[in-house]
Design a protein around this ligand. Structure first.
Ligand code: GAL
Length: 332
């Protein structure tokens, strides 16, 4: 009888505090397998985040092993806290749209929301197996997590374009970051009002890829990786008072021997809350032979007076309401 009562009390207590306990344990663990609401591995590699109606949407390359090998897939997940992700759907399942041939490439998808038209525009790097096509793909949908339809591919500003990145400034202006090898630098190109093309641009004279950008404390911080394919390298950053520059010299985000903790930049995400701002370095830990098993490397960056520092991977917590983040001392 006594045991039964104890069991009952334990059951009631656990039921009552269970959800809070889970909420308190909203920990981001860089490099660990990250599971979605179905307990399946999140497939959002080379991804980007779109904020829409108070919800975060994470889009990225879906490398699920059971995908049709002739097609390329983009998956979409949603979250209110950037930690727990609900699988929405494969929003793109595209057959080779430009006769690119075997092992054609669709990488680094990014979605922009047009508040005026309610349309959603996806950009992605489109290429052949030899990375010679060097264009962006544009696809649109009427719903953020609807099926995206291919519209066209093109070379932005008539330049070769490979890795792309996404940036939305505090005034809502949307930019496509694209890497262009012949120009030995990358472009920060403003999107047109309908988001379907690029217009004026700024140029960063540094041959980098995995380009990402954030605006914080009156400065723009640009981040990129060197061109070593899937192999990691020390990622670097520079700052400027405006997108037009002048840009400082590039410096390492982490001690060079750490090799960016084997990760490559894909996006910088600014989370501004009631008390603080956290800027998240979103990176990929690529597993080129098993791309589906590639991991995510998200860490809060330290930004002090124009310098940017990527801490070593450790579990950390984020509160999107207050904007505060904390490294979990002793957590594993
Ligand atoms: C990387 C690039 C990836 C992918 C890879 C292929 O440099 O960032 O998105 O294109 O090369 O080797």
């Amino acid at each position: 009888m006594h045991t039964k009562i104890l069991q009952f009390i334990a059951f009631v207590t656990l039921s009552a505090v269970g959800p809070q306990l889970i909420a308190a344990k909203a920990v981001i663990r860089p490099a660990d397998p990250w599971l979605d609401s179905r307990s399946q591995r999140i497939q959002a590699h080379g991804g980007g985040i779109t904020v829409w109606m108070g919800t975060y949407y994470w889009f990225g390359e879906d490398r699920t092993l059971s995908n049709d090998p002739e097609k390329r897939y983009v998956a979409c997940y949603s979250s209110r806290d950037l930690v727990h992700w609900k699988f929405r759907r494969q929003v793109l399942a595209l057959a080779d749209p430009e006769h690119l041939g075997p092992r054609w490439v669709l990488e680094r998808p990014k979605v922009y929301a047009n508040a005026q038209t309610g349309k959603f525009v996806m950009y992605a790097h489109l290429d052949d197996a030899h990375y010679k096509f060097a264009r962006v793909m544009v696809a649109t949908s009427d719903r953020i997590d609807g099926t995206y339809s291919f519209v066209r591919s093109f070379r932005p500003l008539d330049e070769e374009s490979r890795d792309i990145g996404q940036f939305v400034d505090d005034d809502g202006s949307a930019y496509l970051i694209f890497e262009s090898r012949p120009t030995k630098g990358f472009f920060l190109a403003k999107l047109t009002g309908d988001l379907m093309n690029v217009e004026k641009t700024c140029f960063v004279p540094a041959p980098l890829e995995g380009g990402a950008l954030v605006h914080f404390g009156g400065l723009y911080y640009v981040v990129g990786s060197h061109m070593t394919g899937w192999r990691p390298n020390p990622n670097v950053y520079a700052t400027a008072p405006s997108l037009a520059g002048p840009w400082t010299e590039f410096k390492n985000l982490a001690p060079a021997e750490m090799n960016n903790y084997d990760s490559q930049s894909t996006m910088l995400l600014k989370v501004t809350g009631t008390k603080a701002t956290t800027i998240i370095f979103m990176g990929d830990l690529w597993h080129p032979r098993d791309l589906w098993d590639s991991r995510y490397f998200w860490m809060p960056l330290k930004l002090v007076e124009g310098s940017m520092y990527l801490p070593p991977p450790q579990p950390w917590t984020l509160n999107v309401k207050t904007g505060e983040s904390a490294i979990e001392i002793g957590a594993h």
